[in-house]
Design a protein around this ligand. Structure first.
Ligand code: FAD
Length: 388
């Protein structure tokens, strides 16, 4: 019977474990199973881009292992277990070789996002790393040590690319960063703010190549040669790719669950299939794909109650994002593309205060760099909620 059928959560990132913690605040009895294709260690993903600054390897970043999390959550945590199919009709998931089927009362998809892999040619692609989870991070750190890496080429000057640029500079590496657009954080910041971040990082030794795409990575006598599509080359010992992420929707899609940019849910985090929910990087919640921690925590709080029988809509207040570039700190409340309005910008060296307002004068977003980040609280209060 469905009363005692387990709640099954796919994924043990901040969304999966965060939800399990919230659910256990309201329901300590219903059987709870968490299934993950990684090793199930709990960790804070944002720390992956501060590892050299804080001198923490993967083991230092890991908080508890799967067994420890299972005890804490009164749950069973199945690590190294891939879920390949969902049968929404019979409320079954198929794991591993698909010979094993598990029945769920409620199923939650918190399967995260995949990194986008830019199309790159060449014979040295094994030197191109992307760091999107703790296992990737472990591989990356070990490769840096093994190959005696001194020079790193970073692909992408968005959030991940700029954070890694700053972290690697702090770690004493030489860093060259490539982005086809014109300045740092181009999809989040207006140009003067992005240029301030660029200057801050350049003052620490970063070299930027704005405009070109990375075309190829080939072996050199020592390390690799990165070839850009404008013909320039960069000599490096390793390449880190950080060009963005895309919600993992395939599992849901194959099960006939509605997907768009992410797995589509309403404000109750319900997908189009009965008793199946989604949250975190994989989800598109009432039209919003938000690949950050604050929205997934808000979703976990609401869904924890809903799963315990108290149906609760998710509330998204304005949630500015802090970007971990201490060379030039940034706080941004991004403006959705196509929003009507204008940036109003005050600039004082690397301190940029930019407000995005509509014709009626309402504040819809902001970007703050350097000393101007102290204005965050004042502006945050003026922003409209995303989902209230
Ligand atoms: P994930 O942590 O990716 O978890 C997905 C889980 O699903 C994993 O356990 C995986 O093994 C499992 N899984 C996937 N497919 C399957 C399957 N088929 N079967 C079984 N298991 C499966 N956000 C901020 O707000 N602030 C920051 O400063 C910040 N910094 C960041 C820095 C870096 C370097 C990165 C990469 C991200 C950063 N983010 C930041 C984003 C933030 O970390 C993510 O939004 C958040 O961690 C996503 O959590 P999640 O649980 O949705 O996904």
């Amino acid at each position: 019977d469905t009363v005692h059928a387990p709640v099954v959560i796919l994924g043990t990132g901040l969304a999966g474990y965060g939800l399990a913690k919230e659910f256990r605040k309201h329901d300590s009895e219903t059987p709870l199973i968490l299934i993950t294709s990684d090793d199930g260690r709990s960790y804070s993903k944002p720390m992956l881009s501060t590892g050299y600054t804080r001198d923490q390897d993967a083991d230092a970043l890991a908080q508890l292992d799967a067994g420890g999390m299972g005890r804490q959550l009164k749950a069973s945590v199945w690590a190294m277990t891939n879920v390949n199919a969902i049968d929404t009709e019979n409320q079954l998931i198929k794991v591993g070789d698909a010979q094993t089927a598990i029945h769920y009362g409620k199923l939650v998809l918190s399967v995260g996002a995949d990194v986008i892999r830019p199309p790159i040619e060449g014979d040295a692609l094994e030197y191109v790393y992307s760091v999107n989870d703790l296992l990737d991070y472990d591989d990356f750190r070990k490769a840096v040590a093994k190959n005696d890496v001194k020079r790193v080429c970073v692909i992408g000057a968005g959030l991940i690319g700029c954070e890694f640029t700053n972290d690697l500079l702090n770690g004493g590496f030489e860093v060259e960063t490539v982005d086809p657009l014109g300045y740092c954080l181009p999809t989040l910041l207006p140009e003067p703010a992005g240029k301030a971040v660029q200057r801050g990082l350049e003052e620490k030794g970063a070299k930027f190549h704005f405009g070109p795409l990375v075309k190829a990575v080939n072996k050199a006598e020592k390390g690799v040669i990165v070839t850009l599509d404008n013909g320039q080359t960069i000599a490096a010992d390793m390449v880190v790719s950080g060009v963005g992420v895309r919600p993992r929707v395939d599992l849901a899609k194959q099960a006939g669950i509605a997907t768009n940019r992410g797995i589509v849910t309403n404000r109750l985090l319900e997908t189009s299939a009965a008793n199946v929910y989604a949250l975190g990087d994989c989800a598109e919640v009432a039209g919003h794909v938000m690949v950050y921690v604050a929205p997934l925590m808000a979703a976990a709080r609401a869904l924890g109650k809903t799963l315990a029988g108290d149906a609760t809509d998710v509330v998204y207040p304005a949630m500015p994002v802090t970007i971990k570039t201490p060379a030039c700190p940034v706080v941004v409340s991004p403006v959705a593309p196509g929003t009507e309005g204008e940036w109003q910008i005050q600039e004082d060296g690397n301190n940029v205060h930019a407000e995005f307002r509509n014709a009626a004068g309402d504040l819809l977003g902001f970007a703050l760099t350097g000393e101007a980040t102290k204005d965050k609280m004042t502006l945050q209060k003026l922003l409209p909620a995303i989902l209230d």
